[in-house]
Design a protein around this ligand. Structure first.
Ligand code: M6R
Length: 615
């Protein structure tokens, strides 16, 4: 949450920082602001609302030109989305500016102390105290990096801070605890950002910042230390996707582009996972096979869409490995005092690798002695770094707030982990594993075919734009798919949408059914367990008898559903356990189109942010 950019170099800081903020706006869009060091002073502009408001403000009242600057795009925590609460925040002399992502938990105490010492604070944010504390420390040290270290030692909570001071015009300083911050190193210039997307147009050379570290950026290099001033080990890496991966590429929305990229994302996530002998080899999984053989329980922790991927993974893990698998919302996990030990394998699923709830869950699991395997899409992010092992999904950057291609690749990664566990524990034979891998290899083409037939789904979505409620039903792996369909509709179309296990309907939710209520039903394959299929066909009849308008997602060739479907969406024939990979796609398209028809911002739905770095 919140996007942060810092720049030192020879280009216009205003342009570099604004371009970076455009790339990071998916992280929060309640307000935006920028500060530039120029002519021996510091100039700043801040505006509530989207970045475009700040751009208009800058066009009306331009800032002086400088080559050092910082910027911020906000997802509000403390204080509403007003101009006064927008970052950067300045000290009373207007010499130091700071931007922040996270929550400073002891800000009230610090604020009271500052007030006693005569400081005037104008915003409701937790951030403003940092500007004042930095000014105090700088007046003693005349060294912004040292001032930052001293201040950070007094802060509690999670924070990424980036600051600039008019008395050190060629320096930007950043600090990191529990929130993301990466350094970009260019020729005679350096960058700080919440995400490499902000500087990928300038350099692909990046440095990961560790926990409790401060970085000082100058044109000729960067210096990293701990909060205590001790020199820190620096890990550099090369960013292997190019700038175009973070562009819309001719699509109206990132979400449409990302939906269209799913066949490739699925195929890429399978690449290189099979060795010469035909066995699964998951390079990044560094937990020894001997330890995986000892595992007596798998626990999956994740949030939102990633949680739904976990719910689906449970079916595959239990079926292929016979290891009991629990799936927990990461935000609930540690508070229920889960039973964990060294034989529990915890799988943390996260697209961003920065979700605070998931991070806290995995830390709790490791404290209990469990091994943690991350499934993640973001190289070098915190969750894989703090895990014992990682399996990266190869979806490429996902920018739209609503997760699509990341979800499908999370599923692929989960299937690979389940098969790998089956392989090392001997619960699956080599030929069985190869058969599933062959099926997975077919999925990319199947998703492609689904995407080619989405015209009627779009038309149907537009015709339902005036509705208030849509329900989603599923059974077995179709149940989490129903949950995911409902989540997509809530977050994008702002409609009342709920997913139910179809069998639960008669225990209460069927009372919601009324004349012409749209109900999407994800029908299991008739070739799987026929009893599941027959039961859901009965469920469709039950809701139809009560007036529901049925939107049935069913496999090609399944004719039994035809008489009961007011709208029929066909998906290719796929093995039952893998069917969510194709069944989810029409629901993504449906939600995206419905949101568009309702005039909503598809890529940046209200109140949300892509990367949720607060608990
Ligand atoms: O980055 P993560 O995968 O950890 O994010 C988890 C959720 O915040 C995320 O999936 C969220 O639910 C999406 N906006 C749903 O589309």
């Amino acid at each position: 949450m919140c996007g942060i950019v810092g720049y030192v170099g020879s280009q216009s800081a205003l342009e570099v920082v604004l371009a970076g903020l455009r790339r990071l706006e998916y992280r929060g869009y309640d307000s935006a602001g920028i500060a530039v060091l120029a002519d021996g002073g510091l100039a700043a502009a801040r505006k509530a609302g989207k970045l475009v408001n700040l751009e208009k403000e800058l066009a009306a009242r331009p800032l002086p030109t400088g080559t050092t600057g910082i910027g911020h795009t906000r997802w509000a925590t403390h204080g509403g989305p007003t101009d006064a609460n927008a970052h950067p925040h300045l000290d009373n002399a207007g010499r130091v500016a700071v931007v922040h992502n996270g929550i400073i938990e002891n800000f009230a105490v610090l604020r009271a102390e500052l007030a006693e010492r005569g400081h005037e604070l104008f915003s409701e944010t937790d951030t403003e105290v940092v500007a004042h504390l930095l000014a105090e420390e700088f007046s003693v040290t005349a060294d912004l990096a040292e001032a930052m270290r001293l201040v950070c030692r007094r802060l509690e909570g999670a924070f990424t801070l980036v600051a600039a001071h008019a008395d050190e015009p060629d320096v930007v300083v950043g600090a990191r605890r529990n929130s993301p911050l990466v350094v970009g190193v260019g020729e005679g210039e350096a960058f700080l950002a919440s995400d490499v997307a902000a500087f990928i147009a300038h350099t692909r050379s990046a440095i990961e910042l560790g926990q409790d570290q401060v970085v000082e950026l100058r044109r000729d290099g960067v210096t990293v230390t701990g909060f205590d001033g001790s020199p820190a080990d620096v890990r550099s890496y090369h960013v292997d996707w190019d700038a175009s991966a973070a562009e819309k590429g001719g699509y109206d929305y990132f979400m449409l582009k990302e939906i269209a990229e799913q066949p490739k994302a699925v195929a890429d996530t399978l690449l290189g996972r099979i060795d010469a002998s035909g066995a699964l080899s998951l390079d990044e999984v560094r937990i020894p096979a001997s330890e995986l053989r000892e595992v007596d329980k798998v626990v999956i922790v994740a949030c939102g869409t990633a949680f739904h991927a976990g719910l689906i993974a449970k079916y595959a893990i239990e079926h292929w490995t016979r290891i009991p698998c629990e799936v927990e919302l990461a935000s609930e996990f540690r508070y229920r005092d889960p039973i964990l030990d060294s034989r529990s394998l915890v799988i943390a699923i996260s697209q961003s690798g920065e979700t605070m709830d998931t991070l806290m869950a995995l830390r709790h699991a490791r404290e209990q002695g469990s091994k943690v395997l991350a499934i993640c899409n973001t190289n070098g992010s915190t969750i894989p770094r703090e895990s014992d092992a990682v399996l990266y999904t190869h979806a490429g950057p996902e920018v739209a707030v609503a997760s699509t291609k990341a979800f499908l690749t999370q599923l692929v990664a989960c299937y690979l982990v389940a098969l790998y566990l089956g392989q090392v524990r001997g619960t699956k034979w080599g030929d069985e594993i190869r058969a599933v891998i062959r099926d997975l290899a077919q999925i990319s083409g199947a998703v492609e075919r689904v995407l080619e037939t989405m015209g009627p789904v779009r038309e149907l979505a537009r015709s339902l734009a005036h509705k208030d409620t849509v329900l989603f039903l599923g059974r077995h792996v179709g149940y989490p798919v129903a949950l995911e369909g409902a989540l997509k509709l809530k977050e994008l179309a702002y409609m009342h949408a709920e997913g139910f296990a179809a069998g639960e309907l008669k225990h209460g939710p069927i009372a919601l059914i009324e004349e012409d209520l749209p109900v999407v039903v994800v029908v299991p394959s008739p070739r799987g367990r026929s009893v599941l299929h027959d039961k859901i066909v009965s469920n469709i009849q039950e809701i139809r008898a009560r007036g529901a308008r049925t939107i049935v997602i069913a496999e090609e060739g399944d004719e039994t559903v035809v008489p009961y479907a007011d709208h029929l969406v066909r998906i290719p024939v796929t093995p039952v356990l893998l069917s969510p990979l194709v069944a989810t796609v029409p629901l993504q398209v449906f939600a995206c189109e419905l949101a568009t028809a309702r005039g909503n911002e598809v890529d940046q739905p209200r109140n949300l942010a892509k990367s949720v770095t607060v608990e």
